[in-house]
Design a protein around this ligand. Structure first.
Ligand SMILES: [Zn+2]
Length: 212
């Protein structure tokens, strides 16, 4: 298995590693629902395009956003919420859990939480990496830790849009949480894969926002 194949399956390993039943990798009992998620936004470049594309297919999604980006584009956050999508916390500076002290990490999450609409309770650690102590503190704030079951590798500039699509295509299924990136680096791959996934699967699945 090559690197992207490994990354695409990485959550299986994370699940074994964390032994944490509170982390959410997929949503059971959801019939024909699939959950698209977008990390690292909002961005002036991509968020509007993502919203327009989702709307074209009547799809809903979840946006895990960086506090620093929210501060720069508050109107995009309002637009995301108004269009019926859910929003989540992705730390203030895209902090690396394994390299950040507990207090600094928690403060970063808290600072971001203050910028999100009241009642937001979703959190995704950048890179899917978090120490258990950090996770416990964040859960005590009332946040649910949402990871993923399918990664598109859209941020990987060395791989083709077609290859990214295949990573999703081979793993998509009911209850799956799929991760894309609202970032400049992922733009080319993300746009191709999102449009194609929506086009090919909108009849088979219902794309919904995560609400816990
Ligand atoms: Zn991220």
């Amino acid at each position: 298995m090559d690197f992207c194949g490994f990354v695409a399956d990485s959550m299986k390993w994370a699940k074994l590693y964390y032994h944490n039943p509170d982390f959410i990798y997929h949503l059971n009992g959801t019939k024909d629902k699939v959950f698209l998620t977008f990390d690292d936004g909002p961005t002036a470049r991509n968020t509007e395009w993502i919203l327009k594309t989702l709307d074209k297919y009547k799809a809903k999604a979840s946006f895990f956003m960086i506090g620093n980006n929210i501060m720069q584009h508050p109107s995009l956050v309002r637009e995301i919420v108004q269009q019926g999508h859910s929003v989540g916390n992705h730390t203030f500076n895209h902090d690396k859990g394994f390299r950040t002290g507990l207090m600094t990490y928690v403060q970063s999450v808290r600072k971001t939480q203050e910028l999100l609409p009241e009642g937001s309770n979703l959190f995704r650690p950048p890179y899917g990496r978090i120490r258990l102590k950090q996770a416990r503190s964040i859960q005590q704030m009332g946040l649910k830790i949402v990871l993923w079951s399918v990664i598109s590798c859209d941020y990987e500039v060395r791989i083709s849009p077609m290859r990214c699509y295949n990573l999703v295509h081979r793993r998509i299924g009911k209850g799956k949480i799929i991760v894309f990136h609202d970032s400049l680096k992922a733009e080319k791959n993300m746009r191709y894969v999102l449009e194609r996934v929506l086009d090919e699967y909108s009849e088979k699945y219902k794309f919904e926002a995560i609400r816990l």
